[in-house]
Design a protein around this ligand. Structure first.
Ligand SMILES: *Cc1c(COP(=O)(O)O)cnc(C)c1O
Length: 409
């Protein structure tokens, strides 16, 4: 049994600052807000160096000192590789923007960055003796939970809105998770999971309602800083549903600065939502710290169809502190960006990733993003999971091949 060097000191309510001892099973804080994991950063700084990291496998567990898992036997692995950062030179030229970098998270296990969060949540659940986990999901989180729970030997219950992308429902159910389609939104699914805790004895793995998914998502911030030579981009555009990734990266940058690995520069954090579901944008524009639930939420970008986020104030605090903003794009703009990136860059985004490109285009025009700023877009899932518009011709082997038609296609 190997002990991981871990530097967790305690947990802390993100709203009231109240502290909680580590190594216990938690949901939300007593104030009903997300709990954040805190580390002894001084000890962490002594426990690991940039040079140490270089010799480790190119996977996110290389950041184990920044993570809460204490025993290596509880780490559940499916190949959590570091995801590439792809430059989008053609788009850059065409848009007249600063350099555009796309962090392609579609390479992760289960095909989305939900793997980062759920790998941590499941490892910690294993460490703390959880036997069954339940999750409300728009698709990818459920798929990742099912995969990691199977690997860990934990029973899984997944609740999705009935119009969740078909491939997601299939991948969840095929992996043997108890899968339920609900005629409502992700928040309705969340209610079922929360209210069923006593009757079912499952652990509620909802976004930010347990402390560890955010630690997994935090690795995006650690990883991109390392990949950029311990610097950060000028701007990060993040497709924001529950906001775990945005909050997690923001936390990562603070921890990295505290141990002296990066300076005080922060990226401007931009929360991208869809016009049909933009509670964070509305709260941002109205100067509020909390968002009101978005009625009749609708967008093709299922991953960001989240009418109410428990970490709303953490998202809004981060974008304001960073001098960023929140912005919404139309489904039509998402579709156009989706196709444009595939055709021009050979990068098959997911619709949520395409939303960040659509937002970049929009905000270069408004001037809220400057043409000399280096921007990083997040592609959160493999494009292969989503429907794609296709144009093709038919070749009939019973007739002479019509090369004229092929030429003119
Ligand atoms: C979950 C998800 C998002 C939103 O991520 P959060 O960190 O929860 O805001 C965006 N895109 C895809 C593809 C997702 O699965």
């Amino acid at each position: 049994m190997t002990e991981y060097p871990t530097f967790v000191s305690h947990l802390e309510c993100s709203y009231t600052g109240k502290t909680y001892p580590a190594d216990q099973l938690y949901g939300l804080s007593e104030a009903g807000k997300p709990l954040l994991v805190r580390y002894d950063l001084e000890a962490l700084a002594k426990g690991v160096s940039k040079d140490n990291l270089v010799s480790r496998p190119a996977e996110f567990w290389r950041y184990r000192e920044f993570l809460p898992v204490r025993r290596s036997e509880n780490v559940v692995r499916l190949g959590e590789l570091m995801t590439p950062i792809l430059p989008a030179n053609k788009l850059e030229k065409e848009l007249g923007s600063g350099s555009i970098l796309i962090k392609d998270e579609g390479r992760l296990p289960s095909g989305s960055f939900k793997a980062r969060g759920l790998a941590l949540a499941v490892a910690m659940a294993k460490e703390l003796g959880v036997k069954s986990m339940a999750i409300p999901t728009n698709g990818n989180a459920g798929a990742a939970l099912a995969a990691y729970c199977n690997r860990a030997g934990i029973k899984t219950y997944v609740f999705c809105p009935e119009d969740t992308p078909k491939v997601n429902i299939e991948e969840i159910a095929f992996q043997g998770a108890k899968t339920f389609l609900v005629n409502g939104y992700i928040n309705d699914c969340g209610k079922i999971v929360g209210e069923g805790r006593e009757a079912m004895g499952w652990f509620d793995t909802s976004t930010l309602k347990e402390p560890y998914r955010i630690e997994g998502k935090k690795t995006m911030g650690l990883e991109l800083a390392e990949q950029l030579g311990w610097t950060v981009p000028d701007v990060i555009l993040y497709p924001t549903g529950g906001g775990t990734g945005l909050i997690g990266m923001w936390k990562a940058f603070h921890e990295l600065e505290a141990i002296g690995w990066i300076g005080s520069k922060r990226p401007r954090m931009i929360a991208v939502q869809a016009q049909g579901c933009a509670p964070i944008v509305k709260a941002y524009e109205e100067g509020e710290r909390h968002a009101t639930p978005w009625p009749n939420a609708s967008t093709i970008a299922a991953g960001i169809r989240v009418p109410a986020a428990v970490g709303d104030f953490l998202i809004l605090d981060a974008i304001r502190e960073s001098n960023g903003f929140a912005t919404a794009v139309s489904d039509a703009a998402i579709n156009a960006a989706h196709e444009e990136c595939a055709k021009k860059e050979g990068i098959l985004l997911c619709p949520e990733g395409a939303a960040t490109l659509a937002a970049l285009k929009q905000e270069l025009i408004t001037g809220r993003i400057k043409s000399d700023e280096q921007v990083m877009l997040f592609n959160c899932a493999t494009g292969l999971k989503y429907p794609m518009r296709s144009e093709h011709q038919i070749v009939d082997l019973n007739k002479p091949i019509d090369y004229e038609l092929i030429k003119n296609t």
